[in-house]
Design a protein around this ligand. Structure first.
Ligand SMILES: [Zn+2]
Length: 93
């Protein structure tokens, strides 16, 4: 997904996230419905860990479209048990 910027003459700038290469030259303004032209801006190049960016995008996406779950995630194998003897001395709930 890529963020494209548009400018409405009455309302100002707004951003639209869409697949790369799918930006229309004009788009309806989300506030007034008027025609807004695309603004060409510097590309937002990302650097860093891909897993971090996936997590950030997931967080950003869930702000607008929360993922709804209907149950617990499947159990992943046996319960993890520590073999460190110091953990046995820790207080238990
Ligand atoms: Zn507008």
């Amino acid at each position: 997904m890529v963020t494209y910027s548009y400018r409405c003459r009455q309302c100002g700038d707004f951003d639209v996230r869409a697949p790369m290469g799918s930006a229309a030259p004009r788009r309806a303004c989300p506030r007034c419905g008027g025609s807004a032209g695309r603004r060409f801006t510097a590309p937002r190049v990302r650097r860093g860990d891909a897993a971090m960016w996936r997590a950030l995008e997931s967080t950003e996406r869930s702000a607008e479209q929360p993922e709804v779950v209907s149950g617990l995630p499947p159990a992943s194998g046996a319960a993890r048990v520590s073999r460190d003897p110091r953990h046995a001395r820790l207080p238990r709930p």
